[in-house]
Design a protein around this ligand. Structure first.
Ligand code: NCD
Ligand code: ZN
Length: 424
Protein backbone atom coordinates (compact mmCIF):
# COMPACT_ATOMS: atom_id res chain seq x y z
CA UNK A 1 0.00 0.00 0.00
CA UNK A 2 1.30 3.47 -0.92
CA UNK A 3 2.13 5.71 2.04
CA UNK A 4 1.28 9.42 2.11
CA UNK A 5 2.65 12.22 4.30
CA UNK A 6 -0.56 12.45 6.27
CA UNK A 7 -3.70 10.40 6.70
CA UNK A 8 -6.87 11.93 8.15
CA UNK A 9 -9.39 9.38 9.28
CA UNK A 10 -13.00 9.60 10.39
CA UNK A 11 -16.56 9.68 9.11
CA UNK A 12 -15.92 11.57 5.87
CA UNK A 13 -18.49 13.42 3.78
CA UNK A 14 -17.82 12.04 0.29
CA UNK A 15 -20.16 12.35 -2.70
CA UNK A 16 -23.09 13.36 -0.54
CA UNK A 17 -22.87 10.86 2.29
CA UNK A 18 -20.79 9.87 5.29
CA UNK A 19 -18.49 6.91 5.13
CA UNK A 20 -15.69 5.69 7.34
CA UNK A 21 -12.61 6.53 5.28
CA UNK A 22 -8.97 7.55 5.24
CA UNK A 23 -7.96 10.70 3.38
CA UNK A 24 -4.39 10.49 2.06
CA UNK A 25 -2.65 13.87 1.79
CA UNK A 26 0.60 14.84 0.06
CA UNK A 27 1.82 18.41 -0.34
CA UNK A 28 -1.41 19.73 1.17
CA UNK A 29 -3.57 18.06 -1.42
CA UNK A 30 -5.88 15.04 -1.27
CA UNK A 31 -4.21 12.26 -3.28
CA UNK A 32 -6.12 9.19 -2.16
CA UNK A 33 -9.31 8.17 -0.42
CA UNK A 34 -9.73 4.62 0.75
CA UNK A 35 -10.97 2.49 3.59
CA UNK A 36 -7.38 1.91 4.76
CA UNK A 37 -4.31 4.01 4.01
CA UNK A 38 -0.78 4.14 5.39
CA UNK A 39 0.68 7.52 6.33
CA UNK A 40 3.81 8.96 7.89
CA UNK A 41 1.51 10.89 10.22
CA UNK A 42 -2.07 10.15 11.18
CA UNK A 43 -4.96 12.19 12.56
CA UNK A 44 -7.76 9.90 13.67
CA UNK A 45 -11.00 11.67 14.50
CA UNK A 46 -12.87 8.51 15.43
CA UNK A 47 -16.61 8.82 14.98
CA UNK A 48 -16.56 12.58 14.36
CA UNK A 49 -17.71 13.94 11.04
CA UNK A 50 -15.19 15.29 8.55
CA UNK A 51 -16.47 17.83 6.02
CA UNK A 52 -14.85 20.13 3.49
CA UNK A 53 -13.99 23.48 5.10
CA UNK A 54 -15.94 26.51 3.91
CA UNK A 55 -14.92 29.15 1.38
CA UNK A 56 -16.31 32.54 2.43
CA UNK A 57 -16.52 34.32 -0.89
CA UNK A 58 -17.46 37.74 0.55
CA UNK A 59 -15.45 39.28 3.39
CA UNK A 60 -14.14 42.74 4.25
CA UNK A 61 -10.88 42.26 6.17
CA UNK A 62 -10.25 46.04 6.18
CA UNK A 63 -6.58 45.92 5.27
CA UNK A 64 -5.12 48.31 4.25
CA UNK A 65 -6.45 51.49 5.80
CA UNK A 66 -9.10 50.42 8.31
CA UNK A 67 -7.14 48.00 10.44
CA UNK A 68 -8.66 49.36 13.64
CA UNK A 69 -11.77 47.32 12.59
CA UNK A 70 -10.00 44.14 11.40
CA UNK A 71 -6.85 43.03 9.60
CA UNK A 72 -5.72 39.87 7.82
CA UNK A 73 -4.33 38.37 11.05
CA UNK A 74 -7.49 38.81 13.15
CA UNK A 75 -9.91 38.24 10.28
CA UNK A 76 -8.23 35.01 9.24
CA UNK A 77 -8.12 33.74 12.84
CA UNK A 78 -11.85 34.44 13.05
CA UNK A 79 -12.29 32.58 9.75
CA UNK A 80 -10.48 29.50 11.09
CA UNK A 81 -12.59 29.57 14.24
CA UNK A 82 -15.65 29.43 12.02
CA UNK A 83 -14.37 26.60 9.80
CA UNK A 84 -13.47 28.86 6.87
CA UNK A 85 -10.10 28.14 5.22
CA UNK A 86 -10.38 30.47 2.24
CA UNK A 87 -11.75 34.00 2.05
CA UNK A 88 -12.37 36.29 -0.90
CA UNK A 89 -11.70 39.87 0.19
CA UNK A 90 -13.62 42.87 -1.13
CA UNK A 91 -11.92 45.94 -2.59
CA UNK A 92 -13.46 48.76 -0.48
CA UNK A 93 -10.31 49.28 1.55
CA UNK A 94 -8.19 52.46 1.85
CA UNK A 95 -6.76 52.77 -0.72
CA UNK A 96 -9.33 50.82 -2.72
CA UNK A 97 -8.20 47.74 -4.61
CA UNK A 98 -8.76 49.42 -7.95
CA UNK A 99 -5.27 49.48 -9.48
CA UNK A 100 -2.69 46.77 -10.23
CA UNK A 101 -0.35 48.19 -7.58
CA UNK A 102 -3.04 48.33 -4.90
CA UNK A 103 -3.88 44.72 -5.72
CA UNK A 104 -0.22 43.67 -5.48
CA UNK A 105 0.24 45.50 -2.18
CA UNK A 106 -2.85 43.93 -0.64
CA UNK A 107 -1.70 40.49 -1.81
CA UNK A 108 1.64 41.06 -0.11
CA UNK A 109 0.03 42.14 3.18
CA UNK A 110 -2.35 39.18 3.11
CA UNK A 111 0.41 36.68 2.31
CA UNK A 112 2.39 37.96 5.30
CA UNK A 113 -0.41 37.79 7.84
CA UNK A 114 -3.31 35.61 6.74
CA UNK A 115 -3.77 32.20 8.37
CA UNK A 116 -6.19 31.12 5.64
CA UNK A 117 -5.95 31.11 1.87
CA UNK A 118 -7.37 34.13 0.13
CA UNK A 119 -8.44 35.65 -3.16
CA UNK A 120 -8.76 39.36 -3.82
CA UNK A 121 -11.50 41.19 -5.68
CA UNK A 122 -10.57 44.22 -7.78
CA UNK A 123 -12.92 47.18 -7.98
CA UNK A 124 -14.69 47.81 -11.26
CA UNK A 125 -14.53 51.60 -11.68
CA UNK A 126 -14.53 53.97 -14.64
CA UNK A 127 -11.01 53.84 -16.07
CA UNK A 128 -10.01 50.68 -14.18
CA UNK A 129 -7.29 48.71 -15.95
CA UNK A 130 -9.27 45.50 -16.03
CA UNK A 131 -6.83 43.69 -18.27
CA UNK A 132 -3.86 44.40 -16.00
CA UNK A 133 -5.76 43.24 -12.90
CA UNK A 134 -7.56 40.22 -14.27
CA UNK A 135 -4.58 37.88 -13.93
CA UNK A 136 -4.33 38.58 -10.24
CA UNK A 137 -7.90 39.18 -9.11
CA UNK A 138 -10.29 36.39 -8.21
CA UNK A 139 -13.08 38.51 -9.66
CA UNK A 140 -14.31 42.07 -10.03
CA UNK A 141 -16.70 43.91 -7.70
CA UNK A 142 -19.20 46.49 -8.85
CA UNK A 143 -20.89 48.79 -6.33
CA UNK A 144 -24.13 50.21 -7.72
CA UNK A 145 -24.99 52.17 -4.53
CA UNK A 146 -23.13 54.14 -1.90
CA UNK A 147 -21.99 52.09 1.11
CA UNK A 148 -18.79 51.76 3.18
CA UNK A 149 -15.90 52.99 0.99
CA UNK A 150 -15.73 55.14 -2.08
CA UNK A 151 -16.44 52.78 -4.93
CA UNK A 152 -19.88 53.84 -6.10
CA UNK A 153 -20.41 53.54 -9.85
CA UNK A 154 -23.58 55.60 -10.30
CA UNK A 155 -24.16 54.81 -13.96
CA UNK A 156 -23.44 51.59 -15.80
CA UNK A 157 -22.89 53.62 -18.97
CA UNK A 158 -19.74 55.03 -17.36
CA UNK A 159 -18.19 51.55 -17.17
CA UNK A 160 -19.35 50.10 -20.48
CA UNK A 161 -15.84 49.49 -21.80
CA UNK A 162 -14.64 48.09 -18.46
CA UNK A 163 -17.59 45.68 -18.32
CA UNK A 164 -16.71 44.44 -21.80
CA UNK A 165 -13.16 43.76 -20.57
CA UNK A 166 -14.48 41.85 -17.57
CA UNK A 167 -16.59 39.75 -19.94
CA UNK A 168 -13.47 39.02 -22.02
CA UNK A 169 -11.45 38.12 -18.91
CA UNK A 170 -13.92 35.39 -17.97
CA UNK A 171 -13.68 36.41 -14.31
CA UNK A 172 -16.89 36.68 -12.29
CA UNK A 173 -18.43 40.11 -11.72
CA UNK A 174 -19.74 40.30 -8.15
CA UNK A 175 -22.39 42.97 -7.83
CA UNK A 176 -23.62 45.00 -4.89
CA UNK A 177 -27.04 45.48 -6.41
CA UNK A 178 -28.82 48.50 -4.99
CA UNK A 179 -29.91 51.28 -7.35
CA UNK A 180 -28.41 54.57 -6.16
CA UNK A 181 -31.06 56.55 -8.05
CA UNK A 182 -33.85 54.86 -6.07
CA UNK A 183 -32.16 55.11 -2.72
CA UNK A 184 -33.96 57.46 -0.35
CA UNK A 185 -31.96 59.48 2.12
CA UNK A 186 -34.63 60.18 4.74
CA UNK A 187 -33.50 60.29 8.36
CA UNK A 188 -33.87 56.81 9.84
CA UNK A 189 -34.24 56.02 13.49
CA UNK A 190 -33.94 52.31 13.20
CA UNK A 191 -33.90 49.23 11.04
CA UNK A 192 -37.36 49.91 9.61
CA UNK A 193 -36.31 53.35 8.36
CA UNK A 194 -33.10 51.93 6.91
CA UNK A 195 -35.16 49.32 5.06
CA UNK A 196 -37.44 52.02 3.63
CA UNK A 197 -34.45 54.00 2.40
CA UNK A 198 -33.21 50.97 0.51
CA UNK A 199 -36.39 49.13 -0.35
CA UNK A 200 -36.92 45.95 -2.33
CA UNK A 201 -37.43 47.83 -5.59
CA UNK A 202 -34.08 49.54 -5.08
CA UNK A 203 -32.46 46.09 -5.16
CA UNK A 204 -34.64 44.64 -7.92
CA UNK A 205 -34.05 47.64 -10.18
CA UNK A 206 -30.28 47.33 -9.82
CA UNK A 207 -30.42 43.63 -10.66
CA UNK A 208 -32.50 44.35 -13.79
CA UNK A 209 -30.12 47.09 -14.92
CA UNK A 210 -26.93 45.12 -14.44
CA UNK A 211 -28.43 42.01 -16.01
CA UNK A 212 -29.00 44.08 -19.17
CA UNK A 213 -25.78 46.10 -19.15
CA UNK A 214 -23.42 43.28 -18.23
CA UNK A 215 -25.08 40.34 -19.93
CA UNK A 216 -21.72 39.18 -21.34
CA UNK A 217 -20.25 38.85 -17.85
CA UNK A 218 -20.48 35.97 -15.42
CA UNK A 219 -22.73 37.88 -13.04
CA UNK A 220 -22.73 37.01 -9.36
CA UNK A 221 -25.38 38.91 -7.43
CA UNK A 222 -24.21 39.43 -3.84
CA UNK A 223 -26.32 39.33 -0.69
CA UNK A 224 -29.78 39.01 -2.25
CA UNK A 225 -32.08 40.40 0.45
CA UNK A 226 -35.58 40.92 -0.94
CA UNK A 227 -38.18 38.33 -1.89
CA UNK A 228 -38.95 40.44 -4.97
CA UNK A 229 -35.44 39.83 -6.26
CA UNK A 230 -35.73 36.05 -6.23
CA UNK A 231 -37.35 35.66 -9.68
CA UNK A 232 -34.65 37.95 -11.13
CA UNK A 233 -31.72 35.81 -9.98
CA UNK A 234 -32.74 32.23 -9.23
CA UNK A 235 -32.40 29.98 -12.25
CA UNK A 236 -31.40 32.86 -14.54
CA UNK A 237 -28.89 31.83 -17.18
CA UNK A 238 -25.44 33.34 -16.70
CA UNK A 239 -26.32 34.62 -13.23
CA UNK A 240 -25.23 33.15 -9.90
CA UNK A 241 -26.55 34.36 -6.58
CA UNK A 242 -25.41 34.72 -2.99
CA UNK A 243 -27.39 34.84 0.23
CA UNK A 244 -26.05 35.82 3.66
CA UNK A 245 -26.91 34.27 7.03
CA UNK A 246 -28.14 37.63 8.33
CA UNK A 247 -30.67 38.20 5.56
CA UNK A 248 -31.89 34.64 5.96
CA UNK A 249 -32.07 34.57 9.77
CA UNK A 250 -32.57 38.15 11.01
CA UNK A 251 -35.13 40.82 10.14
CA UNK A 252 -35.89 44.45 10.86
CA UNK A 253 -38.00 43.52 13.92
CA UNK A 254 -34.96 42.33 15.86
CA UNK A 255 -33.94 44.81 18.58
CA UNK A 256 -30.44 45.20 17.16
CA UNK A 257 -30.35 48.94 16.52
CA UNK A 258 -27.24 50.04 14.66
CA UNK A 259 -25.74 46.55 15.07
CA UNK A 260 -28.36 45.35 12.62
CA UNK A 261 -27.68 48.19 10.17
CA UNK A 262 -26.30 46.61 7.03
CA UNK A 263 -26.47 47.10 3.25
CA UNK A 264 -28.66 45.85 1.76
CA UNK A 265 -30.85 46.13 4.86
CA UNK A 266 -32.49 43.49 7.02
CA UNK A 267 -36.08 43.35 5.78
CA UNK A 268 -39.41 41.88 6.81
CA UNK A 269 -40.17 38.47 8.20
CA UNK A 270 -41.74 37.55 4.86
CA UNK A 271 -38.52 38.43 3.03
CA UNK A 272 -36.42 36.46 5.50
CA UNK A 273 -38.68 33.42 5.21
CA UNK A 274 -38.72 33.53 1.41
CA UNK A 275 -34.91 33.61 1.38
CA UNK A 276 -34.74 30.73 3.85
CA UNK A 277 -37.07 28.63 1.76
CA UNK A 278 -35.16 29.33 -1.45
CA UNK A 279 -31.90 28.43 0.30
CA UNK A 280 -33.39 25.27 1.77
CA UNK A 281 -34.49 24.24 -1.70
CA UNK A 282 -30.92 24.68 -2.94
CA UNK A 283 -31.82 27.53 -5.28
CA UNK A 284 -29.08 29.95 -4.20
CA UNK A 285 -25.62 29.18 -5.52
CA UNK A 286 -23.60 30.37 -2.56
CA UNK A 287 -23.87 31.50 0.99
CA UNK A 288 -21.28 34.06 2.09
CA UNK A 289 -21.04 36.11 5.26
CA UNK A 290 -20.38 39.63 3.93
CA UNK A 291 -18.20 39.86 7.06
CA UNK A 292 -18.15 43.66 7.46
CA UNK A 293 -16.79 44.49 10.92
CA UNK A 294 -17.10 47.95 12.48
CA UNK A 295 -16.05 48.78 16.02
CA UNK A 296 -18.51 49.09 18.91
CA UNK A 297 -17.63 52.80 19.18
CA UNK A 298 -18.54 53.31 15.53
CA UNK A 299 -21.80 51.41 16.00
CA UNK A 300 -22.62 53.58 19.04
CA UNK A 301 -23.10 56.61 16.77
CA UNK A 302 -26.64 57.83 16.11
CA UNK A 303 -28.44 55.54 13.68
CA UNK A 304 -27.95 57.72 10.60
CA UNK A 305 -24.24 58.12 11.24
CA UNK A 306 -23.38 54.58 12.27
CA UNK A 307 -21.67 52.59 9.50
CA UNK A 308 -23.43 49.65 7.81
CA UNK A 309 -22.16 46.12 8.14
CA UNK A 310 -21.82 43.28 10.62
CA UNK A 311 -19.24 40.56 11.27
CA UNK A 312 -20.06 37.01 10.18
CA UNK A 313 -17.11 34.94 8.94
CA UNK A 314 -16.81 33.29 12.35
CA UNK A 315 -20.43 32.29 12.83
CA UNK A 316 -21.69 31.32 9.35
CA UNK A 317 -20.69 27.65 9.25
CA UNK A 318 -21.33 27.02 12.98
CA UNK A 319 -24.87 28.45 12.77
CA UNK A 320 -25.58 26.51 9.56
CA UNK A 321 -24.33 23.32 11.25
CA UNK A 322 -26.82 23.98 14.04
CA UNK A 323 -29.60 24.20 11.43
CA UNK A 324 -28.42 20.85 10.05
CA UNK A 325 -28.42 19.41 13.57
CA UNK A 326 -31.99 20.70 14.07
CA UNK A 327 -32.97 19.22 10.68
CA UNK A 328 -34.05 22.59 9.33
CA UNK A 329 -31.54 22.27 6.51
CA UNK A 330 -29.99 19.32 4.70
CA UNK A 331 -26.24 18.98 5.09
CA UNK A 332 -25.89 18.57 1.32
CA UNK A 333 -27.49 21.98 0.76
CA UNK A 334 -25.17 23.67 3.22
CA UNK A 335 -22.02 22.02 1.87
CA UNK A 336 -22.98 22.91 -1.67
CA UNK A 337 -23.51 26.61 -0.86
CA UNK A 338 -20.58 27.12 1.53
CA UNK A 339 -17.99 24.84 -0.05
CA UNK A 340 -18.66 23.36 -3.48
CA UNK A 341 -20.30 26.19 -5.43
CA UNK A 342 -17.92 28.95 -4.27
CA UNK A 343 -15.05 26.70 -5.38
CA UNK A 344 -16.63 26.14 -8.78
CA UNK A 345 -17.66 29.74 -9.41
CA UNK A 346 -14.31 31.26 -8.42
CA UNK A 347 -12.12 28.47 -9.77
CA UNK A 348 -10.65 27.31 -6.46
CA UNK A 349 -9.62 23.67 -5.93
CA UNK A 350 -11.27 23.45 -2.53
CA UNK A 351 -14.68 22.63 -1.15
CA UNK A 352 -14.82 18.88 -1.75
CA UNK A 353 -13.31 15.81 -0.21
CA UNK A 354 -11.98 14.37 -3.43
CA UNK A 355 -8.63 13.64 -5.01
CA UNK A 356 -6.99 16.70 -6.55
CA UNK A 357 -8.60 19.08 -4.07
CA UNK A 358 -6.80 20.94 -1.28
CA UNK A 359 -6.98 19.09 2.03
CA UNK A 360 -9.08 21.79 3.70
CA UNK A 361 -11.26 20.05 6.25
CA UNK A 362 -13.39 20.70 9.29
CA UNK A 363 -14.17 18.15 11.98
CA UNK A 364 -17.62 18.47 13.48
CA UNK A 365 -19.32 16.78 16.40
CA UNK A 366 -23.05 17.33 15.99
CA UNK A 367 -23.64 16.34 19.62
CA UNK A 368 -21.69 19.35 20.86
CA UNK A 369 -23.51 22.65 20.72
CA UNK A 370 -22.10 25.93 21.99
CA UNK A 371 -23.79 29.32 22.09
CA UNK A 372 -22.34 32.16 20.06
CA UNK A 373 -20.70 34.62 22.46
CA UNK A 374 -18.97 37.86 21.56
CA UNK A 375 -16.31 37.09 24.17
CA UNK A 376 -15.28 33.95 22.30
CA UNK A 377 -14.92 35.68 18.93
CA UNK A 378 -11.53 36.41 17.39
CA UNK A 379 -12.72 39.24 15.12
CA UNK A 380 -11.25 42.56 16.19
CA UNK A 381 -14.65 44.23 16.26
CA UNK A 382 -15.67 42.48 19.49
CA UNK A 383 -19.40 41.95 18.91
CA UNK A 384 -21.84 39.73 17.07
CA UNK A 385 -25.48 40.07 16.08
CA UNK A 386 -25.95 36.36 16.90
CA UNK A 387 -25.22 36.57 20.64
CA UNK A 388 -26.74 33.56 22.43
CA UNK A 389 -27.67 31.69 19.26
CA UNK A 390 -26.99 27.95 19.39
CA UNK A 391 -24.22 26.80 17.06
CA UNK A 392 -21.93 23.87 16.33
CA UNK A 393 -18.35 25.13 16.11
CA UNK A 394 -15.79 22.86 14.44
CA UNK A 395 -13.61 20.77 16.75
CA UNK A 396 -10.70 20.94 14.34
CA UNK A 397 -9.86 22.88 11.19
CA UNK A 398 -7.26 21.76 8.65
CA UNK A 399 -5.76 23.94 5.94
CA UNK A 400 -3.85 22.13 3.16
CA UNK A 401 -3.13 19.22 5.46
CA UNK A 402 -2.03 21.31 8.44
CA UNK A 403 -4.06 21.23 11.63
CA UNK A 404 -4.64 24.96 12.19
CA UNK A 405 -7.20 25.06 14.97
CA UNK A 406 -8.25 22.58 17.62
CA UNK A 407 -11.11 23.17 20.10
CA UNK A 408 -11.17 26.87 19.26
CA UNK A 409 -7.43 27.37 19.85
CA UNK A 410 -4.95 28.13 17.12
CA UNK A 411 -2.33 25.42 16.74
CA UNK A 412 -0.98 25.61 13.15
CA UNK A 413 1.63 27.87 11.63
CA UNK A 414 0.75 27.81 7.93
CA UNK A 415 0.46 31.12 6.08
CA UNK A 416 -2.37 31.74 3.65
CA UNK A 417 -1.75 31.55 -0.08
CA UNK A 418 -3.24 33.63 -2.84
CA UNK A 419 -5.54 31.18 -4.64
CA UNK A 420 -5.09 33.06 -7.92
CA UNK A 421 -1.39 34.00 -8.07
CA UNK A 422 -0.11 30.94 -6.24
CA UNK A 423 -1.97 28.63 -8.54
CA UNK A 424 -4.78 27.75 -6.14
C1 NCD B 1 -19.93 46.75 3.80
C2 NCD B 1 -18.73 47.31 4.54
O1 NCD B 1 -18.85 47.79 5.66
O2 NCD B 1 -17.62 47.23 3.98
N1 NCD B 1 -21.12 47.05 4.54
C3 NCD B 1 -22.30 46.40 4.46
O3 NCD B 1 -23.25 46.86 5.07
N2 NCD B 1 -22.44 45.29 3.77
C4 NCD B 1 -19.94 47.38 2.45
C5 NCD B 1 -20.93 46.76 1.54
O4 NCD B 1 -20.61 45.72 0.95
O5 NCD B 1 -22.01 47.31 1.40
ZN1 ZN C 1 -19.83 43.41 1.25
Amino acid sequence: MRSTELVVEGECYISGRFERACIGIDGGRIVAIARNLEGERRLDFGSRKILPAAIDSHVHFREPGMTHKEDFATGSLAALHGGVTCVLDMPNTVPPTSTPSALAEKAEAAAAKSLVDFGLFAALMPGADVRAMSGRAVGFKLYMAGTTGDLLVPSLASVEAELAEVARSGKPLAVHAEDESLRRKEPAEGLDGHMRNRNGECEASAIRKVSRAASGCRLHICHVSSKDSLPLVLGQKGVTSEVTPHHMLLDRDRPLGTYGKVNPPLRTRADRQALFLAFKEGRFDTMASDHAPHTIDEKKEDFDFAPSGMPGVETMLPIMMQHVRDRHLALATVVRALCERPGEIFGIRKGRIDTGYDADLVVVDFMEGREVKADDMYSKCGWTAYEGMPAVFPRAVILRGELMMRDGERVGELRGRDVVSDGG
